[in-house]
Design a protein around this ligand. Sequence first.
Ligand SMILES: Cc1cc2nc3c(=O)[nH]c(=O)nc-3n(C[C@H](O)[C@H](O)[C@H](O)COP(=O)(O)O)c2cc1C
Length: 207
Amino acid sequence: MKVLLINGSPHNDGCIKTALNEVSKTLNEEEIETEIVDIGNENIRGCIDCKKCRELGKCVFNDLVNELVLKLKDCDGLVVGSPVYFSNANGTLLNLLTRMFYSCNYDLSFKVGASVVSARRAGCSSTFDQLNKFFTIRNMPVVSSQYWNNVHGYTKEDTLNDFEGLQTMRVLARNMAFLIKSIALGKEKYFPLKKENKVLTNFMDGK
Ligand SMILES: Cc1cc2nc3c(=O)[nH]c(=O)nc-3n(C[C@H](O)[C@H](O)[C@H](O)COP(=O)(O)O)c2cc1C
């Protein structure tokens, strides 16, 4: 069992990485393998809605996005971490996730998802809500903790002193491990679920 963690920050040893390390360490204690990928210094362009991914089965821009989509296939969970930039997730991470989730051509159902955010002061809740939307359009159960998944800090040292934030991360990781293991058991007993052909209603059709 494996979880992929994506660090959206340009700081490879900053606040959000400190939070992700806490999640990762606790997942390892629960015998879940982890891999953290730092993407914040990559040049990741946005989606251009060319729809080529529908033909190619991958994004037309062959960069880290396609690599991470492949990596995620073998994982049972995904954690995305972002610093708060003007009460939103940072742009590089949003470009990456938008293209990953649009171009991914396999079923993400029941891979669990969690987002983790870090702010000096404010904007965590809106960023947390924003990131969770990626999971909830792909049948991915969102893992929660005993508080919304945020840490506070301007430096790594600040985050190491955010004891409540770090505890939130450990509880999140244990909840995630439990859900991954429970879903594996549930799949043995209850899968496959009944599938419906997907209906698309574009409202401008007037039908
Ligand atoms: C462009 C930019 C915008 C920011 N906007 C906010 C903000 O809206 N609220 C806040 O509390 N901190 C804001 N910050 C500070 C970072 O969110 C904060 O320092 C974060 O914990 C850094 O995490 P990192 O070390 O993982 O990059 C901003 C920082 C930058 C560079």
